[in-house]
Design a protein around this ligand. Sequence first.
Ligand SMILES: [Zn+2]
Length: 370
Amino acid sequence: MAYEPLHHKYRPQTFGELVGQDAIATTLANALQQQRIAHAYLFCGPRGTGKTSSARILAKSLNCIRQDHPTPEPCGTCETCRSIANGSALDFIEIDAASNTGVDNIRELIERAQFAPVQCRYKVYVIDECHMLSTAAFNALLKTLEEPPSNVVFILATTDPQRVLPTIISRCQRFDYRRIPLEPMIGHLRAIASQEAIDINDEALRLVAQVSQGGLRDAQSLLDQLSLLEPPIEADAVWDLVGAVPEQDLLALVQAIVSDHGTAVLEQARKLMDRGREPLIVLQNLAGFYRDLLIAKTAGDRQDLVAITPPTWADMQTLAQDLDIALLLQGQQHLRSTEVQVKNTTQPRLWLEVSLLGLLPSTLISATTP
Ligand SMILES: [Zn+2]
C-alpha cells in the first residue's frame, strides 16, 4: 500500500475524534443536531490545532447523504463524504489565501457563491489563512457575507485574527482553537504509536508532544520521522532530531553556572557543541530555561505553563529554591543582549563561551556594581 503520512492517515473524521478541542467540538455538534447552521464561521488558532480538519468535518456534516438533513456524525463512506475528504467535491471549495494572495480569481470564486450548489445540500467555501486576502477579495467576501446566499457556508480559518477586518469578524461565528493540551496530545500519539507498532518509550512520546507546543500536525510529523529510526526510540533520539538541547543538559549547565564553576560551564558547553548543537540554539534554549526557572521559583505549582517533563521540573524546583530572582532576571537579560552577538559573529562558539562565562554570579554581580 502507498505510504500515507500519519497526519493524513489520522486526520479526525468526526467532531468526536477532534483532539483537545472539546468545547468547540461539542458546540458545533449541537448546532448541527439542532439544524442551526450559520452562514459564516471563523476558526482562529495556532497551526496544527484542528481548524482545517474541523472545516472538512463540518462540510461533510452538512452534506452527508446518509441523512436527509445535516448531521453531527457524517458517515465518511458515502460518495459526498468521500469526495469532500479527497478534495474532488464540486461544492467544496478550499482556498489557501496565503499562496493566492491578491489573485483576482479568488474574488471571482467568492462571487460565484451566488450560484446554487451542484451536488450537495450546501456549497462550502473554506478560506485558509484568510487574513492574507487582498483588499479586493476581502470586499467581495464582505459583500457576500452581508447578503448571504442560502445554502452557502463560508469557513474562514486564520492563525492571525488581528489582521482580519472587524466587519468580517462581526458577521462570523467565531471559534478560538487552543494549543492542544499535553495529556490529550500524548494519549493521541500513544494510540497512533500502538496502531502503527512504533516502538517508542513513554518519555520520548511525552517529549514529542512537548516540543510540538500544542500543534498536533507537528507532533505527528515528528513521530513519522522517528518511526524510521532503529527501535526502541528513546528521548535522546527526539532531542537529536529536533536539534534542541536536552533539558537535563540545560539543567547541568545552569547548575555549573550558579555554582560559579567556570571550568564546568565550559566543559558542558563544549560537550553540547561536540554533539552538534549550534551555539545560537544553545543560547536560545538556555534563555527559555531561565524563563522556566523563574516560573519554577515564583509559580511552582504551574507546571502547565512550561514544556518540561515532570522529573526535570522537580529538579528545577529544587534548584530554584536556592536561587535569587534578581540573578535569574539578570541572567536572562544578559542572554538576550548577547544573542545578537552570537548571531552576527563569524566565531559563534567563542562568543557562546564568553556569554556563558558572563552568567557566572561573580561576573554578573561585578558587572552591575558601579
Ligand atoms: Zn456520508
